[in-house]
Design a protein around this ligand. Sequence first.
Ligand SMILES: Cc1cc2nc3c(=O)[nH]c(=O)nc-3n(C[C@H](O)[C@H](O)[C@H](O)COP(=O)(O)OP(=O)(O)OC[C@H]3O[C@@H](n4cnc5c(N)ncnc54)[C@H](O)[C@@H]3O)c2cc1C
Length: 393
Amino acid sequence: MAAEVLTRAGWQVDLYDAMPSVGRKFLVAGKGGLNLTHSEPFTRFLARYGARHPYLEPLLRDFGPEQVRLWVHGLGIETFVGTSGRVFPVGMKTAPILRAWLERLHTSGVIFHFRHKWLGWNVDNSLRFDTLGGEISLQAEAVILALGGGSWPQTGSTGAWVPLLADRGVPIMPLKPSNCGFDVTWSEHFRTRFAGHPVKSVALSFTDSKGNDFHQQGEFIITETGLEGSLIYACSALLRDEIALGGPAVIRLDLAPGWTHARLFERLSRPRGSKSMASHLEKSVGIKGLKAGLLWEFLPKADFADPERLARAIKDLPIPLIAPRPLEEAISSAGGVAFEALDEHLMIRALPGVFCAGEMLDWEAPTGGYLMTACFATGRAAGLGALEWLGYS
Ligand SMILES: Cc1cc2nc3c(=O)[nH]c(=O)nc-3n(C[C@H](O)[C@H](O)[C@H](O)COP(=O)(O)OP(=O)(O)OC[C@H]3O[C@@H](n4cnc5c(N)ncnc54)[C@H](O)[C@@H]3O)c2cc1C
């Protein structure tokens, strides 16, 4: 995005990437359908960035959901709004967007240098790169760093830049997993039976020790080590921060959101005769399979004989989460270069002429297109900032 802004204004841009090609995480993001942005009202959209939204607001006002869609249309790819309000490219894929985008950048004169790993600065402030032919040094009039966070390091975003900037006195918040799964101590029986299975149509509630509330209906997946998926990602920041205080974080599941407690109680109180408890649960209130498995996993056996306690557990089943999954497995990273270290053009105050953009900045947001949109917006803002800087220097 920054390269586009600068070449349009007539500047020569050289783009360096440690990997043999660019946009690897962008491509990974398209695997399950590339969610570019979200169509909800702008104030709600902004709120998704939590405490950092005041820093991002001016950038997102300049280049927000509407501009992202127009920009993709400009690459010859139409977009559509899904039932959830999420915005996708027609065809759901990243590759056609990346191909058209790279072609446009090539045509406008951007020079790509692959397998060039940035190593920091020399004492004369030239940039150091590790290349196949050995280390090289380069001078630039302005530098834009868009090095990503620390998740999915196989795509190139290793977070190895953190000490390079920290050594120059740039304040950096530690990289942490965001939109991540969590560990739960499943029994061997439960894990073997249900790992890989989706838990659908449940409502998840969580209140952290500061009183922040989360409540949402949706779905997630049971994994070998715990759980993951869109409903878990949506509250992963709260859960992660709670566990960091000494955890666990206990989520509460409503396994039957369409039922009242009273109706469940009434049905469960009916005589079950010779039916097994599993059959009684299924026939009277439709709880079976994985949902029944969750009850057996967390509810004391004696409570199954008590319709009141059983109904309460179906509406409010506590599940303790003991640890977030490692950063490498997360969809995105929290933490990064602190906004306080940057001016309003995303230039590092301590390093005039050096700008930062994308996930390497200290913000986080849930899945839903918010990640990509803020990456585009900050990339463009850094490009505009560099343009202004070059005008003065
Ligand atoms: C599985 C998955 C699905 C996702 N789905 C979505 C989605 O649907 N919607 C959405 O909005 N977001 C999604 N995301 C998040 C989104 O992909 C990222 O937020 C976004 O790609 C970050 O962009 P970035 O340019 O800041 O960093 P990156 O895309 O990580 O790019 C950083 C680049 O910097 C290079 N680099 C790093 N260090 C160096 C160095 N020292 N020298 C040279 N080059 C270096 C890397 O090789 C890489 O090319 C998903 C992420 C994952 C992992």
